[in-house]
Design a protein around this ligand. Structure first.
Ligand SMILES: [Zn+2]
Ligand SMILES: [Zn+2]
Length: 163
């Protein structure tokens, strides 16, 4: 008899796990149909991808004060308001404004992707919108992350590779 009851309790556990899994899958499916994460996932941009795009468009260079530069030309990083020093990592934007690499990257992540001085666009609007969409989801919508985590645990981390 003991073996039989053990079998049934095992069966019960298995059934519960199965139904939880199915429920979670359905919930995710519904979210993807109604335009949740799964739908827009491909177009979302992570921070590292975003920084790579910035790097592609505005490669990091070592700052050097050219002797030919005009006297009135500012040698100041407009983000941190400190003087640019010889050899520091900087980015020169299309508009010719120069900022510390780290200052500019932080600025571009927190605000719109425009030059802090003249508002020239640094990246296309679509990329910026997709990047901020992902950031907002991470900040304000923890439920998806939790669900994905739970699912990945149940699936033995097969989903985990996607994130
Ligand atoms: Zn700076
Ligand atoms: Zn500028």
């Amino acid at each position: 008899m003991a073996a039989l009851s053990e079998f049934f309790s095992h069966l019960y556990t298995m059934t519960m796990v199965f139904f939880t899994l199915v429920l979670l899958e359905v919930a995710i499916l519904i979210r993807s149909i109604t335009g949740g994460v799964c739908n827009s996932e491909k177009r979302l941009i992570t921070t590292s991808q975003y920084l790579k795009l910035i790097e592609e468009k505005n490669p990091t260079i070592r700052y050097s004060r050219r002797p030919t530069s005009r006297v009135d030309q500012s040698n100041e990083c407009a983000v941190c308001l400190s003087e640019l020093e010889e050899g520091e990592k900087v980015r020169r934007l299309k508009c010719k404004h120069i900022f510390h690499k780290d200052c500019l990257d932080r600025w571009l992540q927190q605000y719109l992707a425009t030059c802090p001085l003249c508002r020239t666009k640094v990246l296309p609007d679509e990329i910026v919108a997709n990047y901020h969409r992902l950031q907002n989801q991470i900040e304000y919508d923890g439920s998806d992350e939790e669900m994905i985590f739970l699912l990945s645990a149940l699936h033995g981390n097969s989903l985990h590779r996607l994130f």
